[in-house]
Design a protein around this ligand. Sequence first.
Ligand SMILES: [Zn+2]
Ligand SMILES: [Zn+2]
Length: 381
Amino acid sequence: MLNKLLAFFLLLPLYTCAITINIGVYTNLQITSILVTQQSGNYYLLFDNSIKREIDIEAVYFIFSVDDSIIVKSNQQLLGKFKRIEFKEIVPSVLKMRCILPSTSSKQFDNNLVLFSEKGSLKVRNEVELENYVAGVVEMEAGSNHTLEYYKVQAIICRTYALSNLRRHEVEQYNLCDNVHCQAYKGNNRINEQIAEATIQTKNLVMVDKKSELITTAFHSNCGGQTCNSEDVWGMSKPYLRSVRDTFCLRQRNATWVKSVPKATWAEYLYQNCKPCANDTSLLCCDFDQTERKTSLNYSSVQLPLKNIRNDLKLKSSFFAIQIQQDSVLFVGKGYGHGVGLCQEGAIQMARAGLKYNYILHYYYKDVDIINLNQLNFFKD
Ligand SMILES: [Zn+2]
Ligand SMILES: [Zn+2]
C-alpha cells in the first residue's frame, strides 16, 4: 500500500484538484522532425528547464532531433539547440502537432507537451489532465453513435485502468503509452459532445474492490452469452471477475461465428498437443458442445484448454462447439474476445435499454464500489 502511495505522489503532480498524467505519444514511430502550433489558449516555452520565452501565437515551431539534442526553428528563424523544449499552458490550452518525418496527419493535444531527443529520435510527452485524457481514450476505444450512459461506463473503465497502471512505462519517463498496449489515445476528443459530457458527469469516479484497491477493468467485444472467470483465462483469480450470464449481446454483430478447419489440420493439431487423443481416431468423430462455458476439451485423461485451442487456431473466442464434417471440422462459436469482465456489445444494449452506468458496471464487475478518487485513502493523505 505504501509503495502505491509513493508511486502516486511521485508520478502525479497534484494541483488545485486537477490530476495530470504523462502520456508518451507517437510511441510506435521513430520521429525525427515535428511541427507544433498553438491551437487555442495561451502558452509559454521553456527551454532546458531554465530559459523562458513567450510563444508566438502565429508561429509554426519546427523541431528536429540531432543525436541527443533538438534544434528548434520558428518561421525559418533558428531559436537554438537544446536538450528539451516544453510548451507550458498559462490557461487551459490546446496545441496542434504534426510529424514531418515520418509524415502523419495533425492531431490536437490538451495541456502541456514536452519534447526531447534520445539517440536521434524525438520523444514526445503529453502532460494532460486526467479528464481530458479520459475523453480522448473513450473516443478511441468506444467509437461513435453510442448513448451517454455507455460513454459513462467506458469513461469509468478507462480512468480506473489509467490510475492502476501508472508505472507501466516508468523507464521511458511517462505513465502510459498511446497504443493499445496501454489504451489507444490520439490526442483530445474533438468531435463527440456526448463523450465530453459523460467524462464530466463521471469526473473522478473509479472502481475499487473490497480492499479499496483499483480493479483490473478487463473488457472484451462480445461474451457470446456468458462471461468467463478470470482464473479460467489468465490463471489469476479476481473476486470481481466472475462468470455471468448475458442475454443483451446475443443478437449483436460479434455474437456468433463459424470457422472451418481441414480435418487433417485438426488431426495434426491433436497429435501435436495431445498424443493419446490422436492415437484414438474416435475423437475425430466426436462432436463437442458448450451450452455453458467449459474450460477444456476433455478426452480420456487428457485435457486441452479451450483458451489454447482458441489462440493456436486463431478463433474469435473459446466459447465454441466442434462439428465433424466429411473433410473438415467446423468450429461454431459464440462471442468475440477473451470473455473476462465487461462485454461491450452487452453493455451498449443495456445502455440503449435505459439501464444506468452503475447498474451496467455492477452487472459485469461483481462486488465492486464506484467511488470518487478523493475517497481513496492514499489520496486523502
Ligand atoms: Zn503502454
Ligand atoms: Zn455479452
